[in-house]
Design a protein around this ligand. Structure first.
Ligand code: SF4
Ligand code: SF4
Length: 447
């Protein structure tokens, strides 16, 4: 940790803002934390600085030692802006005492996961996924997602990932565990086999396609043959799916008592020295990019997590969060700015859609704010694979429009007061229990 801080401080004369980290009070799909610190407080590495008493909450921890200088809205890589704790770090490297438990029972594992606030790459709290109350038969670790694989499946992490799977099996009561790898990914298969040895409960499955964190329902169907209900999750068919990153953080949280305060981030694209960087949570994208030699050419777009399904950033001052595994930079001349044309009803988007919905129609309804129609057309089933946008000859912004619709539908089930549009009066009023439209992003005050 000290090393990381000193590395940051070596740049401190370049810009005043270099000696701070920004810790958003919401870094997952769930309920925003209340700050546990005030401006002027000194904090240690690993100290909990935000918490909320709700199953959908995930506490946040300081990644540095230093002084809280502000608690305010700040740029966020996924939510636009989010209340964040800004900490000016010092050189002391004071850390809380991390206490692991190598022989933790089910209750102790769950409690360690809850306290450490670990989340997975699908944005959900791992504690919440395990605590769904559904009967779980199988735990899968999805190793088909290249972003996760390159960032987290490093040789030194393999033992931790396997330990994480064993802990997840213990915590969930599931009888089977498996790694899902891409067909013929010999390197990954050998790395697991070499470390796993003989373990009757854990196997390796090979699949033909890549499953991103938004496509876990499809992976559950491929593995079980059972279709996950619309707006359901893999837990509905007895499966829980985690990433390599998720399994590794489970192992760190339980066996070593360390919350997620550092993360491996792959910085690629139009930067001078692309590569994998281990950074503390709260580091700005700009610092991560500069640690890779800075921009190559004039930057046109910065995308977080995945080029097809990730989110474009409006500034490079956004902080790395617990769910940032990849930063992709496109130079100005690489960014496609095609003119959008009208739909020519070619149905190519329908042909490629893996969940058999009608992307063109949903996007048209989303464009005019008819989210009620989007719901009837099952917009919520979209797994955000981006294929429809890729094949559309009219270059329509299909995935973006469908995301707006999904977000509006999710909000309409969470916030029950009067909406701007009568189409959004869909709230079910049961926000005190987990939302049946999927895990809520932020519950409205007082609901
Ligand atoms: S992004 Fe497009 S193709 Fe992919 S699931 Fe959603 S609607 Fe279907
Ligand atoms: S691919 Fe594009 S043009 Fe063709 S039907 Fe879909 S939205 Fe319309």
């Amino acid at each position: 940790m000290k090393e990381e801080v000193n590395e940051k401080n070596s740049h401190e004369n370049v810009q005043e803002s270099r000696n701070k980290v920004v810790i958003p009070l919401l870094q997952h799909r769930g309920v925003i934390c209340e700050p546990l610190v005030s401006v002027g407080d000194n904090v240690k590495i690993g100290q909990m600085i935000g918490k909320v008493d709700h199953d959908l909450g995930a506490p946040v921890h300081s990644s540095v030692s230093g002084e809280v200088v502000a608690i305010k809205d700040y740029a966020h890589p996924v939510c636009g802006k989010m209340q964040s704790v800004i900490i000016e770090y010092d050189q002391n490297g004071d850390a809380t005492k991390f206490r692991g438990n190598k022989s933790a029972n089910t209750g102790e594992i769950l409690s360690a996961l809850k306290e450490s606030g670990i989340i997975d790459l699908d944005g959900n709290s791992i504690y919440f996924k395990l605590n769904s109350g559904k009967l779980i038969d199988t735990i899968l670790i999805n190793l088909t997602n290249e972003g996760d694989l390159y960032s987290n499946f490093t040789s030194e992490n393999v033992p931790g990932i396997i330990n994480g799977l064993r802990l997840l099996l213990r915590a969930s009561g599931a009888s089977k565990g498996a790694f899902v790898v891409k067909k013929n990914d010999i390197q990954t298969i050998s790395a697991i086999r070499a470390e796993l040895g003989e373990d009757d409960n854990i196997s390796i499955f090979q699949v033909k396609r890549v499953y991103s964190p938004t496509m876990l329902n499809l992976l559950a169907k491929e593995m079980t043959g059972m279709r996950v209900p619309i707006t359901g999750t893999p837990a509905d068919v007895g499966v829980l799916i985690f990433s390599a990153y998720g399994a590794m953080t489970v192992s760190e949280a339980v066996l070593e008592g360390i919350p997620p305060i550092k993360i491996n981030v792959m910085v690629s694209g139009a930067v001078n020295q692309p590569g994998l960087k281990r950074v503390v949570v709260g580091t700005s994208f700009r610092e991560a990019i500069e640690s890779c030699g800075g921009y190559r050419g004039k930057p046109g777009k910065i995308i977080v997590n995945d080029i097809m399904t990730g989110t474009s950033q409006f500034t490079d001052e956004v902080p790395v969060t617990k769910a940032t595994t990849r930063i992709v930079v496109q130079s100005e001349d690489e960014v496609l700015r095609d003119k959008t044309g009208p739909c020519i009803h070619c149905a190519r988007c329908v042909d490629v859609c893996p969940v058999n919905i009608l992307p063109g129609f949903i996007a048209s309804y989303a464009d005019i704010g008819r989210y009620d129609e989007c719901e009837k057309l099952h917009a919520q089933s979209c797994v955000e694979c981006g294929l429809c946008s890729m094949v559309c000859p009219s270059k329509r912004h299909l995935i973006q429009l469908i995301r707006y619709a999904k977000h509006a539908l999710l909000k309409s089930f969470m916030v029950l007061q009067e909406k701007d549009s009568p189409n959004l009066k869909l709230g079910c009023g049961s926000c005190n229990s987990p939302c049946h439209m999927g895990a809520p992003m932020i519950l409205a005050e007082g609901k």
